[in-house]
Ligand binder design. Structure first.
Ligand code: PLP
Length: 431
């Protein structure tokens, strides 16, 4: 598959080049040249297909022929070595649990898939690739874990000092090997600005191959389309009108769901659920796209002022506002509303949601007011114990720590403290 840049000022790219480079030379996001829907029989027959086969068949067109079928089969099997269960809360609301992977956030799937693609492309290459990422929390751990031990790939993660949860910090600072953590005296925006500066710094990029591992990268973004098909497989017999409510930050996850829809998944509508960082909610009302600096909330993985994948969503719906509006609703919720929702989910359904999932739940409730016959699935994007402080405070009950979390808690943190871009550059050139 070839990819074009959404800035339209760069040559088309192979999948391999798009994975290694991350962003096109004109700074545009890559988008696949063609999307060929799967035959209707594929979805009719979905009950008989194992998850790994569903994944293989749906991702194949985007990576073929650069990754041969037998290699791709292994990659998806290794990527999907855990479950994606749907838990039913009521007749109208279910949740798709995306937190059963090694770092207990949905980003595990994209990170593991991308790591394996990059590892394959790099296997006969002496030139090392450095994956450089800024994280506000979950990306760092998922990327660190996904890329651990991948030959020819170094990973450098920047995180804002004191602004990620203890568990998140442990997940990205305790692995060692090819994973290096940089603790930045600053905010997430400072981390992201440093990473951007590095990608544009020719005195650096002429000496080393840098790539990104956030949802800008097609290999991180596209495999997220599996989730929506996996949920459909579990629900389609009981429910005809399935709607997904996706707690959104950079809009990579929801945009992958829209790709599943383009592949023929019979779903009609998405709900983009936001915290108060609500540029898309406002856009759907005013048709004006007005990014703002991000505001810190308890659902911090969604504290994004200018979602990077919004441009891909516009491409999917051909830049047609009406089509977009017919396919997507968007609502935004405050931290107080989110906490109330966490309590309500706990009291009414005996289910513990994390703050991101709770925002998704609120999106479902809002949508169901106008569409009472739909079945709304909110994506539970992280395990509640990743946000232990707020979860225990809200439901007023101690939570047992799952094994994945316990295993990192006792390990020693290793991070190098930096304050400026020059510190980062010096670190990269030395390592
Ligand atoms: C990253 C993340 C999100 C937002 O996903 P996007 O693809 O950036 O919209 C939501 N919830 C959690 C827990 C996350 O880690």
């Amino acid at each position: 598959m070839n990819y074009y840049s959404l800035n339209h000022k760069a040559p088309n790219s192979s999948f391999k080049n798009a994975v290694i480079k991350g962003l096109a030379p004109d700074k545009g996001l890559y988008f696949p040249e063609n999307i060929t829907p799967l035959p209707k029989s594929f979805f009719d027959n979905i009950d008989n297909l194992p998850y790994s086969e569903i994944a293989f068949e749906t991702i194949k067109q985007f990576v073929s022929p650069e990754i041969p079928d037998d290699v791709l089969k292994t990659i998806v099997e290794e990527t999907l070595s855990f479950d994606f269960p749907v838990a039913k809360l009521s007749d109208n609301i279910s949740t798709l649990e995306l937190f059963h992977g090694p770092t207990m956030a949905f980003k595990d799937v994209g990170a593991r898939f991308m790591a394996r693609c990059l590892g394959y492309f790099n296997q006969n290459n002496d030139k090392e690739v450095t994956v450089l990422v800024a994280t506000s929390g979950d990306t760092g751990g998922a990327v660190a874990n996904g890329f651990l031990g991948v030959k020819g790939v170094n990973v450098v993660i920047l995180y804002p000092s004191g602004k990620v949860s203890d568990i998140q910090e442990k997940q990205l600072t305790t692995l060692g090997q090819n994973i290096k953590a940089l603790e930045v005296n600053g905010t997430f925006d400072d981390c992201q600005a440093m990473v951007k500066t590095a990608f544009l710094d020719e005195s650096l990029t002429s000496k080393m191959q840098l790539t990104s591992a956030n949802s800008i990268n097609v290999a991180r973004w596209l495999p997220q389309l599996f989730y929506f098909i996996f949920a459909y497989k579990q629900l389609h017999k009981q429910h005809k009108d399935i709607v997904f409510s996706v707690p959104s930050g950079n809009f990579g996850n929801i945009c992958a769901g829209m790709m599943a829809q383009q592949l023929g998944l019979p779903i009609n509508h998405f709900v983009a659920s936001n915290n108060v960082n609500n540029v898309v909610t406002r856009y759907l009302v005013s048709q004006l796209y007005e990014p703002k600096p991000s505001i810190q909330t308890i659902s911090n993985a969604m504290d994004v002022g200018a979602p990077s994948n919004f441009i891909r969503i516009q491409e999917i719906y051909r830049n047609n506002f009406e089509t977009l509006k017919n396919n997507v609703s968007s609502y935004s919720f405050t931290d107080d509303e989110t906490k109330e929702a966490m309590l309500e989910i706990y009291n009414s359904y005996d289910y513990v949601a994390d703050p991101h999932g709770a925002v998704g739940y609120l999106g479902c409730k809002e949508y169901l007011k106008e569409n009472p016959n739909a079945h709304c699935v909110f994506l539970e994007t992280a395990h509640p114990t990743k946000f232990l402080d707020v979860v225990e405070e809200v439901i007023n009950e101690k939570q047992p720590l799952p094994e994945q979390i316990q295993s990192v808690m006792g390990k020693d943190k290793e991070a190098f403290v930096i304050s400026t871009y020059e510190d980062l550059k010096g670190f990269l050139l030395r390592s």
